[in-house]
Design a protein around this ligand. Structure first.
Ligand code: HEC
Length: 270
């Protein structure tokens, strides 16, 4: 049985469970249709549903095509959801469930470094959601036992690459969009450095197109890496380690934000 059939079986089983739950509610009478009863049905669904199981199947995608989808999707759902949807919309067609049930648009909140707070760039967050769903638990670091370094590698690449790298086939802005290197995976720093060098404001059409192109650039690299991973050829370029040698989660270029007065976290185990 291939993976697709496996998932389809899972889904029929899940439908049976939902129907059984619905019948129970019906027998208990109309008053029983309270949120708590429906909650029970939903819990059963959540426990037995195929979405509990991950990683999810991946088939190789075309990096250029996927980046172009991300570029256009940015204008609908912004960076994070654009990256996710560019990949998952195609896997919905090629694989089916569980991608069909994935609420891609819900990740619109990643915009502006999460709800506009300028923290991690939504493109990085979106790429990490995708790679984590596809590659599985867990996180980062070159020597991670699951070899899942696609997400961590993305943060490093993003920080150290002049972005955007992707040139859309039909750019919505004809003005030249300059490239800047953020030295950071953060939205605020990435956008801020670009704005400072280009002179364009946050609300300008150019800044928006720049971020759409950044989402497309990240998507392009993400698909290249996932395709390599699928072929067993993925080699992380980043040497970054969580916690590094300084005893705190964070990027290792401490002076970028702290200047020459980098605070020292306690190193001894407590
Ligand atoms: C993206 C910017 C940024 C980077 C990079 C960064 N920090 Fe920070 N860090 C901050 C901010 C902002 C605070 C909060 C400072 C405050 O509230 O005064 C902070 C707080 C801290 C604190 C808590 C103590 C304090 O004085 O506030 C420690 C310890 C710390 N950073 C260590 C580091 C180390 C070590 C590195 C490098 C591995 C690092 N940071 C990299 C932005 C950064």
């Amino acid at each position: 049985m291939d993976t697709k059939e496996l998932f389809q079986n899972e889904i029929s089983r899940r439908r049976l469970l939902i129907n059984a739950g619905a019948a129970a509610v019906g027998a208990a009478g109309f008053w029983a249709l309270t949120s708590s009863k429906l909650g029970l049905v939903n819990t059963a669904e959540a426990k037995e549903g195929p979405t509990e199981k991950w990683p999810w199947p991946y088939v190789k995608l075309d990096p250029d095509k996927t980046a172009e989808i991300a570029y256009n999707e940015w204008y609908r759902v912004f960076c994070g959801a654009a990256v996710i949807n560019a990949v998952f919309s195609q896997l919905r067609e090629k694989v089916g469930e569980p991608y069909k049930s994935f609420p891609v648009d819900a990740f619109v909140f990643l915009e502006g470094g999460m709800a506009g707070w300028g923290t991690v760039c939504g493109s990085n967050a979106g790429a990490n959601i995708v790679s984590n769903v596809i590659i599985g638990p867990r996180i980062a670091g070159p020597d991670c036992e699951h070899g899942h370094t696609v997400g961590s590698d993305m943060m490093d690449w993003y920080a150290n690459t002049a972005l955007p790298t992707y040139q859309p086939k039909e750019p919505k802005q004809k003005t030249a969009i300059i490239q800047t290197t953020s030295n950071s995976p953060l939205c605020h720093i990435s956008v801020g450095k670009w704005m400072q060098k280009s002179g364009f404001s946050l609300g300008s059409a150019e800044r928006k197109d720049r971020c759409a192109r950044v989402a497309a650039s990240v998507t392009h690299k993400l698909v290249l890496d996932l395709n390599d991973w699928k072929d067993g050829k993925f080699k992380p370029k980043s040497t970054w380690k969580p916690g590094g040698t300084v005893g705190i989660t964070g990027q290792q270029n401490c002076t970028e934000c702290h200047g020459d007065k980098v605070p020292t976290p306690p190193m001894a185990k407590k």
